[in-house]
Design a protein around this ligand. Structure first.
Ligand SMILES: *Cc1c(COP(=O)(O)O)cnc(C)c1O
Length: 337
């Protein structure tokens, strides 16, 4: 029997037939009334599901969304704190350094969890004005405690900014307590990459020296569409979000996340993950990694092992970012042995 491939990679995520056909439809002009309606439909759905006041769509990958958010942090001014316990936290630090933001760093070894009382001390003692971190540190699968961290920020008059790239669309998260958050069309929203998404609950500001393509205030003035945005990407994203958020995928992902976790942790393979994880970083000893890759390739399970940091650490990753049937996930579970 020839099985179809099941994609449990961290991206590009497998897309459904419906998303595929949205992509296959002809492009429409970003100046047309049809595009405006599509744009409004999509951003309104995102605002409702994520519990935020505003949603911006920019052309680019997730890193672009973070860049636009960093410019807003810069306009707010004041000293902040950036947390890092993996590749993506460190990328936020690097982007912020290039943007000449004023900040402290609380950096841990990859895979370690932040001590929230330490964060609170840092915020209070330094009268910090903003806090920035990744909700799920995708490189290790560690989930950072968004609720507690955003409460600490609010309590101390500090704005909370969060990179939710790999948690949106995989958990029922509500973002009403944060100032801003970022996402992308790939990863948890399970469409093709190409749109950077910024959620905001604060008024966006403009500044003379913000590159115009990253100036959210400029987007707002132009009803969200100052420049070309591909109608195919917006239409595919809309289709995908509808499927993912409105067909109880969360329950399925929750159930199978735990089953993956149990299966893998019984073999001592996932030291950084917990049962809530939707990204599993698999740490093999010795040469077992190669056998695992061969086995999964043979079974046609698509997963991640080629990123620079995965190769360097001798790791692999499985993630349930796509839209799955029970049958798909049973198949992966079986392949894991
Ligand atoms: C994927 C990801 C990004 C952005 O990556 P791009 O390659 O620019 O899309 C940023 N933060 C986290 C946590 C991610 O998982």
């Amino acid at each position: 029997m020839i099985l179809k491939t099941v994609n449990v990679s961290t991206g590009p995520v497998g897309i459904t037939a419906e998303v595929q056909s949205a992509l296959a439809a002809p492009c429409i002009s970003h100046r047309s009334a049809g595009f405006e309606r599509l744009y409004i439909r999509t951003t309104e759905l995102l605002c409702k599901e994520m519990n935020v006041q505003q949603t911006f769509l920019l052309t680019g990958s997730g890193t672009v969304a973070n860049e636009a958010m960093l410019w807003q942090i810069k306009m707010k001014g004041g000293k902040g704190l950036i947390l890092s316990n993996g590749e993506f936290g460190t990328r936020l630090i690097e982007q912020s350094r290039r943007n000449l933001l004023n900040f402290l760093v609380y950096k841990l070894e990859w895979g370690k969890k932040f001590d929230v009382s330490e964060v609170e001390k840092l915020v209070q003692h330094n009268e910090l004005k903003w806090l920035l971190f990744c909700h799920c540190e995708t490189s290790t699968g560690v989930i950072n405690d968004l609720n507690t961290l955003s409460e600490i920020a609010t309590k101390n008059n500090c704005l909370c900014f969060v990179d939710c790239m790999s948690t949106v669309g995989t958990y029922p998260i509500k973002l009403s307590k944060v100032a801003m958050a970022t996402a992308s069309s790939g990863k948890g929203f399970a469409s093709v990459p190409g749109l950077a998404i910024v959620f905001s609950n604060i008024p966006v500001q403009t500044g003379d020296y913000i590159p115009i393509c990253l100036d959210l205030h400029h987007y707002l003035q132009k009803k969200g569409i100052p420049f070309t945005i591909s109608s195919k990407l917006v239409s595919a994203l809309y289709t995908s979000i509808q499927q993912k958020l409105q067909n109880n995928q969360f329950e399925l992902l929750h159930e199978y996340g735990e089953r993956f976790y149990n299966r893998l942790s019984n073999q001592n393979l996932v030291p950084y993950s917990d049962p809530q994880s939707k990204v599993f970083t698999i740490v093999h000893r010795n040469n077992a990694r190669k056998d695992f890759i061969d086995k999964m390739n043979y079974k046609q399970v698509l997963f991640s092992y080629e990123s620079e940091y995965l190769v360097k650490s001798n790791w692999c990753q499985l993630a349930t970012f796509g839209y799955y049937t029970k049958h798909d996930l049973d198949y992966v579970l079986q392949a894991l042995g």
